[in-house]
Design a protein around this ligand. Sequence first.
Ligand SMILES: Cc1cc2nc3c(=O)[nH]c(=O)nc-3n(C[C@H](O)[C@H](O)[C@H](O)COP(=O)(O)OP(=O)(O)OC[C@H]3O[C@@H](n4cnc5c(N)ncnc54)[C@H](O)[C@@H]3O)c2cc1C
Length: 385
Amino acid sequence: METAEVLIIGGGIVGSSIAYHLTAAGCKDVLVIERESAQGKGSTGKSMGGVRAQFSTPVNIQMSLYSIPFYAGFEERLGHPCGYRPQGYLFCATSDAHLKYLQANYEKQVSLGLKDVRLISADEIRGNFPQLRGDDIIGGSLCASDGFVDPYSAMIGFMTWAGDHGAKLWKNTTVAGIQRDACGIVAVETSRGVIATRKVVNCAGAWAASVARMVGIDLPVEPLRRMLVPTEPFDDFPHSAPMIIDMSNGFHFRPEGRGFLLAWNDPEETPGYKTDFEPAFIEKILTRAADRVPIFENLAVNPKRAWAGLYEMTPDHHPILGTVSGVPGFFLANGFSGHGVMHAPATGKILADTILDGKTDLIDASLLSFSRFAEGRMIEETAVL
Ligand SMILES: Cc1cc2nc3c(=O)[nH]c(=O)nc-3n(C[C@H](O)[C@H](O)[C@H](O)COP(=O)(O)OP(=O)(O)OC[C@H]3O[C@@H](n4cnc5c(N)ncnc54)[C@H](O)[C@@H]3O)c2cc1C
């Protein structure tokens, strides 16, 4: 029978980062199981690639304080590019409540050691980006080291390094069951046979709840469709721009290639495994785009290039990381609520620490434990895009 010291279910960016961090810490016998014929067919290949430290909760800020410098040094460390571009995230406030919110977040971010974030005046925003409709913008916040990565390239970089150092990746292999005895996990049933292992990590993204059910756990992770619209080449807005967020309605956009990538989270979207792009979304997003950037009225988009993917939502918009009481050997790395690319490096470190040493110094892991739901210790993140 095949064996693995640690078996990771799901070869997206999270499973790949954990495989990297485990092998880098000396654990060579790692097996990643991916049901698709190629990596990245889950949420990772659909992501917008935004990375930011501008969050509202200390634990999310701490996850970014590990992850963004990690991405900055990715190529040097792993010998593979991740496409990190520190072009910033600019939040544009249009009400006093937004400004107070950004001010409070700014203070938390600075107190935790974030150096590049600053509050920015409305005049400076209007001066830097005269293309924005600025009459209702009253200020904002900007963090220069926030920016973008290429999620696919980062995922491949993690997995390639792990593979070069002993880890294995099985594609076209589906996990169908998990066997346990009184001491914990004993084996994983896959479409390629049973694999003996004592340690299993659930990295199944938006499908994490179905994997958790294999050990009798009701994991509160729900799929939620998100849609992105890339534009045709457009040179009348600077391609050096940051991710710009219109706080009045959540519309945001960033440069991508010679055009822009437009995003807006439709509040009418309902949970479910919906991965079709909805053509009616184009008009909804272009209305918001032209409202904030009047010259975007001239934007051309090709609906065939637009796409949809799944966020993996938890009730408090924070991931669920670590052990599960009553199921020794079963670890969770799920529920990133739209932040799994930017927090993949920290997640890899936290899970490798937890699996190999039983603890981590990176964050207070109890904050993100599965038990927080049963114990009523949820920590709401409101800076969700
Ligand atoms: C439109 C969109 C925009 C986004 N923008 C951002 C962004 O700007 N920044 C950011 O940080 N995040 C963003 N995200 C979220 C981010 O993409 C996810 O949080 C992240 O990719 C999750 O990675 P993962 O490895 O956990 O999941 P996935 O990439 O979905 O990987 C899970 C893998 O598990 C496999 N799997 C599932 N069940 C089984 C099974 N039973 N057996 C074997 N394999 C299985 C799947 O095939 C899949 O490949 C965005 C997401 C979407 C959809």
